[in-house]
Design a protein around this ligand. Structure first.
Ligand code: HAM
Length: 423
């Protein structure tokens, strides 16, 4: 069989010009973290399967149905990471980072893999920008991370989203609350799969999107009203810090997340223009996770921001937070000698910080000018054999068609000044 291949189901290729939006999103979201002193961490794209089973939680959809698990040639069970937190915690423990300065603050970006039913905004490979702050149980850290995510979205120009916030309690107040909720759910007429879900994790039933289930659980007891004093104080402090910094949020009593490790503060950024897959980012505190992975009793808080969905959100709001033009200057050489003469000029422009490209190969004047147009460049630098003899080049302003003859010796300086009119 011969023939062409397609990207696997649920994955896609990122190509220009859309790939520029991807880079702009990663830069805006990670820029906030870098400015806040978070260090960069990279962990492997696959880990021991057991790390995710224990870290993410056996009862979650992610572990039960969505992991890409394989046995390697050495007989080890490995899994492509479905999310970033478990691997980062493993690395923090493996390298004893909790014995150094606290909190340990790290950020990361990269692909995650989940075998989900693909639809718009839901893919089998997606990219996140994530951050974790570990080892100090201070509500100001929860507020810091929430603020950094919010400011990252704002830096991109996003406005049409809500920040939803709740507290999921802790090892003291959640078990009795869970028992109450289980009792409440047992009194409802739930279908079989939902009943099974209620037994595995009753909280998840509160997040059911079906109107008939929503109506049934409208009066269910909610965690927020059953927090212990410590958790209530922690939640109050997070809210006070967000109020003082000026971050808008709504308290969402029914917010439930898809991963099991969350305790106390939990949040989600939900975009209003995205339909079903509207969560552009989320996170929270996970005070039992490190101990679960064999580490000390240390808490942490973090988030994962979906890059694919932030791109869709930018598109939904009509934002292009990057330059649509590939380059600013495009060299058009009308002969092989002219193209060779342009190469060092283009290199010098790039060194001066100007984005520049030139025509390659013998494409004729028309083909080369089409290349200049397609590049989005404002200026075409046109050079023929006669120009070389005269020691000049023609600078064509493609925005209005005007042409200026400039001495070859001065052309870099001329274009640098033209491209930076304010300087
Ligand atoms: P998560 O909510 O599973 O959290 O994922 C974070 C974000 O990644 C989601 O809000 C969404 O924007 C994006 N995302 C998740 N799955 C997909 C998918 N299949 N297709 C496209 N985008 C997706 C976590 O992963 C946690 N590790 C976050 C965290 C860090 N919590 C504490 N620290």
């Amino acid at each position: 069989m011969t023939g062409r291949f397609q990207a696997p189901k649920g994955t896609y290729d990122l190509l220009p010009p859309r790939s520029a939006l991807f880079l702009a999103v990663v830069e805006a979201l990670s820029g906030e973290l870098i400015r806040a002193g978070y260090g960069h961490v990279q962990t492997p794209m696959f880990e021991d399967t057991e790390l995710f089973a224990r870290g993410v939680g056996e009862s979650t959809d992610v572990v039960q149905k969505e992991m890409y698990t394989f046995t390697d040639r050495g007989g080890r069970s490995l899994t492509l990471r479905p999310e970033g937190t478990a691997g980062v915690m493993r690395a923090i423990l493996e390298h004893n980072l909790l014995e150094g300065a606290l909190p340990v603050k790290l950020w990361y970006t990269g692909p995650n893999f989940r075998y989900e039913q693909p639809q718009s905004g839901r893919y089998r490979q997606h990219t996140q920008v994530g951050a974790e702050a570990v080892g100090v149980d201070d509500p100001l850290l929860d507020a810091e991370l929430i603020t950094l995510a919010d400011r990252g979205y704002r830096a991109l120009g996003l406005r049409d989203y809500d920040l939803r916030l709740t507290s999921l309690g802790c090892g003291t107040c959640r078990p009795p609350y869970r028992a109450r909720l289980t009792e409440f759910l047992a009194g409802l007429d739930l279908d079989e799969p939902t009943r099974v879900r209620a037994e595995l994790n009753p909280l998840r039933v509160l997040d059911d999107k079906r109107p008939e289930v929503k109506a049934m659980v409208a009066d269910a007891p909610v965690m927020l009203e059953h927090l212990c004093d410590d958790c209530a104080a922690h939640f109050g402090a997070v809210r006070a810090a967000l109020d003082a910094i000026g971050v808008d949020y709504v308290v969402d009593r029914f917010l439930v997340r898809g991963l099991d490790y969350y305790t106390r503060t939990t949040f989600e950024f939900v975009h209003r223009g995205l339909g079903a897959q509207a969560s552009i980012g989320g996170g929270g505190r996970y005070d039992g996770l490190i101990a679960e992975l064999g580490g000390p009793e240390a808490g942490g808080v973090g988030f994962g921001l979906g890059v694919d969905r932030a791109m869709l959100a930018c598109e939904a709001e009509g934002l292009t937070p990057f330059s649509a033009a590939r380059v600013e200057v495009f060299g058009v050489g009308l002969s092989a000698a002219a193209r060779s003469r342009l190469a060092p000029i283009v290199a010098a422009l790039r060194e001066a910080g100007i984005r520049a490209d030139q025509s390659y190969g013998d494409r004729g004047l028309k083909g080369a000018m089409r290349g200049a147009d397609r590049s989005g460049a404002r200026y075409a630098l046109v050079l023929g054999d006669r120009d070389i003899e005269a020691g000049v080049a023609q600078v064509k302003d493609l925005s209005d068609g005007t042409q200026t003859e400039v001495a070859l010796a001065d052309v870099v300086e001329y274009l640098v000044r033209a491209a930076n009119p304010g300087d």
